[in-house]
Design a protein around this ligand. Structure first.
Ligand code: BGC
Ligand code: NOJ
Length: 816
């Protein structure tokens, strides 16, 4: 069952009923000012940091699920009938409804009783504000006297404090209303230098800034007193809950349409702030007034919106594919790329499942996100890498997360996830292959942001590798620390005392538990380091990295192989995890993916054997499960993983992030049918027809789909912010379609499904444009042997680097 459809031409997903199984959301903003918006206009906005600079308030885990947002109310002043044109929060019957989620904008249109309202929400490029453009049309054959009310609830900046510290917050709220603009100027325990404003293009009939006056006592957003009576109260908030609401009256002749523009923005007082009255430490409106006036003009809005569209044309223009599969084309050309940009901007901070409070930018997460967006915005990838590296400690260890506003490591979560440092090597390697910009390696980057501690980025990479080498366990495998990629596999947690709860011992960070996953990741990273060292002419060092990779490969084969698959780890007591020796958790997906990606077992058949075990034991029609059999109960020596009910999250859920590792591994062993089959199983566009089961948005990946052991097998959760986006993008574009950026050029080495006749692609690479055509005889399952580049035969599969601006035609044929 579907709840909408794709409009590929307009690059939109069109939702045709408001009561989707879950709120289906979208993101506004591309650089500094961001918002989340659901299909019923729920969500919130923030400046750079969803925790520290939250502009509008949102209450998670609410009932209904999604309430609080950018709401408009329309009131028919002749009858007193009022409704929300976005359905929420009044949930009144609508005669028509449509929500179009596009690239960084959302348009919600509806009609009731002959009044049509279409609202476009977006953030203009380069601005720290959002636009709501409401187009109200009277489709009746009589005149309409209407009221339009806007509403948002301000957050007192720090979202954590806002949601908890009521003894203070109920007394701090401050607003100002001047020339029809509502300013929110609450201080946050510091001298105020930032404020928010909410403006409207029409003359106001009234306004409200105190929530409980606007709503009325004991009322909710579905029944505001001001709307019900048809007149704002002109309330001024002193403490309690500051809001912004404009009241506009519209008289529309039959067939008449009117555009009303609202602008919600964030501003900081300039250095030379001038306050009125002087010394009052209030806000300085000088710089924002012209901005507000500019954006309240409908022509400016139309132009700003067109510019946003052109921005996306450029971003998406770098890679376009035409394959026999429309779901692949749609994801690669539009939605998967879009999701990669969103994960770049948000990391794991703010979605409808990430509260914007708990998690800032993840060290491992952002490094992996790079794989999906580096080709679109290499300059910002560079900046991101340097930011991440500056949070690395001198030991090579890494803070697990950092706050985007301060760019400082997050001490609450700390370090000790022993896979973290190696992701930096993999992220930088991806950047280098895409851009060829080796200067980044010489950039001075501090450790832990400490001034004076700068060392070239290359030194950071060295320490990342050494961090693993300095921390090997009893079998010579890397110590896992608090956890590796799998946050919930906490193998250094145990209790010495029976009956005592979960305990993290002194040993937890060093511990004795070892990870086969990190071992595989180390092999991959050491090989990348060898290539990077060679690039710098450090041949002896390169040889050391290669031999370290080889040695670790040997250790994996000796201690990490369970007979038919790779083991997952060894626990604190030296017992194997992910082994036939156990009755549960016998086989985990992660080491099968990561070891094969690193090349372990490719020569000796182990890789093929491991992948067969994955197919036999872990694959389901809804995707590949993380491990089997599920843990049936809590085991203290495994930690959080066994606390999940079977089939959910890390305990045998389909943790989608890991699936593309298997797709890539299958492509590496030449199995195009299986790689592509796995790709389609979790492709959200393919799953669109199952929306009543899948329940999350059909245009983006979710982190998890409930596994076979779960009563809700096939149900997705935690959409949007997941490494699934970047890795699936890599799996389909770089391995199945085989378009891989490399130091020497663009590799064209597809591993396709047997029944494909080929595909075409356009790929921007190092300033040139590669027009690629791959042809294949139906049924052929082989690989490309040579290329024809601009009419000349090139042996192998690398189309050489070309002059910037050049268009290079690449043809490849798969014969056998
Ligand atoms: C989740 C993980 C997540 C971690 C973050 C765990 O509860 O299962 O998926 O990465 O929390 O702290
Ligand atoms: C989600 C986290 O963001 C990611 O870093 C982690 O690898 C997975 N959960 C698996 O635990």
């Amino acid at each position: 069952m579907r709840f909408g459809h794709f409009d590929d031409v307009r690059r939109e997903y069109v939702i045709d009923r408001p009561d989707t199984p879950l709120p289906w959301i979208n993101y506004l903003g591309t650089e500094a000012y961001f918002g989340i918006v659901s299909n019923t206009a729920g969500g919130y906005s923030f400046y750079r940091d969803a925790r520290l600079r939250r502009l509008t308030r949102y209450r998670y885990n609410n009932a209904p699920f999604d309430v609080g947002g950018r709401y408009l109310y329309v009131r028919d002043d002749a009858t007193g009938d009022y409704w929300s044109p976005s359905w929420q929060p009044t949930r009144s019957r609508l005669d028509e409804y449509e929500c179009r989620h596009g690239l960084s904008y959302t348009r919600i249109a509806s009609a009731r009783s002959g009044i049509r309202v279409e609202t476009l929400y977006f953030v203009p490029l380069g601005e720290t504000l959002e636009i709501w453009r409401a187009r109200v049309t009277n489709e009746r054959d009589t005149a309409a006297e209407l009221s339009l009310f806007s509403s948002i609830e301000f957050c007192l900046w720090d979202a954590q404090d806002d949601a908890t510290n009521f003894q203070r917050n109920f007394s701090t709220g401050q607003v100002e209303v001047a020339d029809g603009v509502i300013y929110h100027k609450t201080e946050y325990r510091e001298r105020r230098d930032h404020f928010a404003y909410f403006a409207c293009s029409e003359p106001l009939a009234g306004f409200d800034t105190q929530r409980d006056t606007f709503l009325g006592a004991y009322r909710g957003w579905d029944q505001p007193a001001a709307v019900e009576r048809g007149a704002a109260f002109d309330s001024i908030a002193h403490g309690w809950a500051p809001i912004g609401s404009h009241h506009v009256r519209l008289s529309l002749a039959p067939g008449e349409s009117r555009e009303v523009v609202f602008v919600l923005g964030y501003a900081e007082n300039p250095q030379d702030a001038k306050f009125d009255p002087p010394g009052s430490q209030t806000l300085d409106k000088r710089t924002v007034r012209p901005v507000i006036e500019h954006w309240l003009r409908p022509e400016t809005v139309a132009e700003g919106f067109a510019e946003l569209g052109r921005h996306w044309d450029v971003l998406l223009g770098g890679l376009r594919v035409t394959t026999p599969d429309p779901d692949t084309d749609r994801m690669v050309n539009i939605w998967n790329a879009y999701q990669c940009m969103v994960t770049f901007n948000m990391s794991r901070s703010a979605s409808f499942y990430e509260s914007g409070i708990g998690r800032g930018m993840g060290f491992r997460d952002s490094n992996q996100d790079l794989l999906g967006f580096v080709h679109m915005i290499p300059e910002r990838a560079r900046e991101r890498i340097l930011d991440i590296a500056a949070t690395q400690k001198a030991t090579g260890g890494a803070y697990h997360q950092y706050q985007p506003l301060t760019k400082r490591g997050n001490n609450e979560i700390g370090e000790g996830f022993n896979d973290d440092p190696l992701w930096l090597v993999l992220g930088v390697a991806a950047y280098l292959k895409e851009t060829g910009d080796a200067t980044i390696l010489d950039e001075p980057v501090p450790f832990d942001n400490a001034p004076g501690s700068e060392a070239p980025l290359y030194e950071h990479l060295r320490r990342s590798v050494r961090y693993t080498q300095d921390r090997l366990g009893p079998h010579g495998l890397p110590l896992i620390g608090r956890a590796d990629w799998n946050d919930c596999l906490n193998l250094n947690c145990f209790s010495d005392t029976p009956g005592e709860p979960f305990q993290t011992t002194e040993n937890a960070h060093g511990g004795a538990a070892e990870s086969v996953f990190i071992a595989g990741q180390f092999v991959l990273a050491a090989k990348e380091m060898a290539a990077i060292a060679e690039l710098r002419g450090l041949d002896a060092e390169a040889a050391e990295y290669r031999s370290a990779a080889e040695k670790m490969t040997g250790v994996i084969i000796e201690h990490g192989w369970d007979g038919a698959w790779f083991r997952r780890a060894y626990d604190f007591h030296g017992r194997p995890i992910g082994s036939g020796e156990d009755d549960e958790g016998q086989i985990f997906i992660e080491p099968q993916g990561m070891c094969v990606l690193a090349g372990v077992g490719l020569d000796d058949g182990l890789a093929v054997r491991a992948l067969r075990s994955v197919a036999e034991r872990l694959a389901t029609p809804h995707g590949i499960i993380l491990q089997q059999p599920a843990y049936s109960g809590y085991r203290i020596e495994l930690g959080e993983i066994s606390s999940y009910p079977p089939g959910y999250k890390e305990n045998a859920g389909i943790f989608c992030h890991t699936n593309p590792w298997i797709m890539i591994a299958e492509a590496m062993v030449g199995n195009g049918d299986r790689a592509f089959d796995y790709y389609r199983r979790i492709n959200p566009s393919v799953r669109e027809t199952l929306s009543e089961v899948h329940r999350c948005e059909p245009y983006v990946y979710a982190q998890m789909i409930a596994g076979r052991d779960a009563p809700t097998h096939g149900e997705a959760k935690n959409s949007w912010l997941t490494g699934t986006a970047a890795w699936n993008f890599a799996a389909i574009t770089q391995w199945i379609l085989g378009l891989r950026p490399e130091a020497a050029g663009l590799r064209v080495d597809p591993v396709l499904p047997a029944d494909w006749p080929g595909f075409r692609a356009t790929r921007a690479f190092r300033g040139a444009t590669y027009e690629i055509t791959v042809r294949k005889a139906a049924g052929a399952t082989g690989r490309v042997d040579h290329l024809i580049v601009d009419g000349e035969r090139v042996d192998g599969t690398v189309a050489p680097l070309a002059a910037p601006g050049a268009t290079v035609r690449v043809e490849a044929v798969i014969e056998g």
